[in-house]
Design a protein around this ligand. Structure first.
Ligand SMILES: [Zn+2]
Length: 99
């Protein structure tokens, strides 16, 4: 038995290619798809993010991969903050090591 893609209603009596039970459910499903696509876009590195992570990899190869995973999990919006935090922690550690 086929059921609506938005709620638990059956699609009995609907066209064989129907995916939703009502226009409201169809709209809800469309909104969900748009939101999911936007979330997916967030989960890839932007060109700017790629450049930052590559720069980071030049200094801290082991850390860059973890930072990239962090960005992929938390969204591209956090790219600059994540790379900036690691770089400032790195330069602080270097200054400490110099003493
Ligand atoms: Zn429905």
């Amino acid at each position: 038995m086929r059921i609506c893609g938005s709620c638990e209603n059956t699609l009995e009596g609907k066209r064989s290619d129907a995916k939703f039970c009502s226009p409201a459910c169809k709209q809800r499903g469309r909104r969900k798809r748009v939101a999911a696509a936007a979330a997916d876009r967030q989960r890839t590195l932007t060109p700017e993010g790629r450049r930052l992570v590559d720069n980071l990899a030049a200094v801290l190869p082991a850390t860059a991969g973890r930072v990239e995973n962090f960005i992929l999990q938390n969204g591209a919006d956090c790219t600059k903050a994540a790379v900036g935090l690691v770089l400032s922690a790195y330069s602080e550690a270097r200054q400490l090591a110099a003493f």
